[in-house]
Design a protein around this ligand. Structure first.
Ligand code: HAM
Length: 423
């Protein structure tokens, strides 16, 4: 027997209420804020991610699903949306449109990670980007969408983890300081950190190994060396958040795992959820367009994984509205009744009333059991007697009450009882 590949999951029908609730909330907010949907291919040129996300990142070094296609080109399943969206922005000359270009996407993302709760090899992202504008108010707009998404789903105790990681002017100064500070301490670190310091120095701040915690605590902070422009940008972001009364914690260890970030980086955490389970992550990426060979183009965005949101909704026992289901089942007995039932169920659906047909040659008892399991409120019984009289028996499954209706007015009679028939 085959099983779903490690780190992937099937989404069964009973989980749909969660998916529908998250998707509805995401799309409602996107439209409220003026973001339109945009989709890019599920695979791209591998070089796009090497240049965009960064050669020394875990994503590019260890986690990409990379393959040669039959023409010999190296392609990768997308390990994130942002690089592909920026590629499309440049390719379609979207700088000629009103700026910022505000778009969102919903689709699968692939990373070869060690699977654990909330960490999969295929997950689904709600990704939001605003490209072509450097205003710090746009950072806060993006951050607000993320916050409202979770608040609207019922999460409590939400707050931002927030940092600025500077720009190509101030960050090299900081990296120098960091390396200077770390150099004499290398012997006492975990085996990974000396390598990080070489390949991707900011990532040492993100190390979870016990041995590194004390060293990290004493490390220089980037906010001490931000250039005036970055410092001003960050100040404005904080002041707008203060104005909105949104809680945030400054976290100078928040550096994120993708190289394209500049200035603002953030995550949203909910009560009882730590860094391992950040609900989302995002930030500004003013250098990405240039890294891809385009003109300087600022941008800011975030992404959030559906599976992780849903896992945490379940853990926190957040309620979701039921997805409407048909409230009527037609139960025919005999060939003549079955033919009439096929017409009736079609007429009901055509009139906008959800309805089910009891398939197969089962006894009435078995059909009623089936209706019970399907959770429908009404059963329309069409037996030989009913057919002879041109009538149908309606049964209310909640009360057990039954009555007779003429077949000619059945659609209207049912419609009156169940409204749109979908609960
Ligand atoms: P990221 O932090 O790598 O950022 O991923 C964003 C979100 O995707 C995470 O917070 C989490 O909800 C979800 N996620 C990531 N990896 C997994 C996984 N293995 N399993 C389940 N869920 C996962 C980015 O991808 C950036 N492109 C976000 C961005 C957009 N920055 C600017 N614009």
């Amino acid at each position: 027997m085959f099983q779903a590949p490690r780190g992937t999951q099937d989404v069964l029908p009973e989980e749909q209420p969660y998916w529908a609730a998250v998707e509805a909330q995401a799309k409602r907010l996107a439209s409220l804020y003026g973001y339109r949907r945009m989709e890019t291919p599920v695979f791209e040129d591998t070089g796009l991610y090497v240049r965009g996300v960064g050669e020394g990142t875990d994503i590019v070094e260890k986690e990409m699903y990379t393959f040669l296609d039959k023409g010999g080109d190296s392609l990768s399943l997308r390990p994130e949306y942002t690089a592909g969206i920026m590629r499309a922005y440049l390719e379609h000359g979207m700088h000629t449109r009103p700026q910022p270009v505000k778009v969102y996407s919903v689709g699968p993302i692939f990373r070869y990670e060690r699977p654990q709760a909330g960490r999969l090899r295929q997950h689904t992202q709600f990704n939001v980007e605003a490209i072509g504008e450097a205003d710090p108010a746009l950072d806060v707009e993006i951050m607000s969408i993320a916050y409202q998404l979770y608040a609207g789903l019922g999460f409590q105790g939400l707050s931002y983890q927030l940092n600025s990681i500077g720009c190509p002017i101030c960050r090299p100064r900081y990296v120098e300081r960091l390396i200077e500070y770390y150099r004499p301490l290398l012997a006492g670190l975990c085996p990974e950190c000396p390598r990080r310091l070489e390949r991707n120095p900011l990532r040492v701040l993100d190390c979870k190994d016990e041995r590194c915690q004390e060293v990290i605590a004493g490390a220089p902070r980037i906010d001490e060396v931000l250039c005036p422009e970055c410092a001003r940008h960050f100040e404005l972001v904080l002041s707008y958040l203060d104005r909105l009364g949104r809680p945030y914690q400054l976290n100078h260890r928040l550096v994120r795992g993708l190289d394209y970030y500049t200035k603002t980086v953030f995550e949203v955490w909910a009560q009882g959820i730590g860094a391992q389970n950040a609900l989302c992550g995002g930030g500004r990426y003013d250098g990405l367009a240039e890294a891809l060979g385009g003109p300087p183009t600022p941008g800011v965005g975030f992404a959030s994984g559906f599976e992780r949101i849903i896992l945490l909704m379940r853990q926190q026992e957040l309620a979701v509205p039921a997805v409407p289901e048909p409230q009527v089942m037609i139960a025919p007995q005999g060939d003549e009744a079955r033919a009439a039932a096929v017409s009736l169920v079609t007429a009901l659906r055509n009139s906008g009333t959800g309805a089910l047909l009891a398939f197969g040659e089962r006894s009435l008892r078995a059909q009623l059991r089936q209706a019970n399991r399907a959770g429908v409120r009404y059963v329309v019984i069409l037996g030989p007697e009913e057919m002879a009289e041109g009538r149908a028996t309606l049964r209310d499954m909640a009360t057990g009450g039954q009555w007779s209706e003429p077949q000619s007015t059945l659609v209207d009679a049912i419609k009156t009882r169940v409204g749109d028939g979908r609960g």
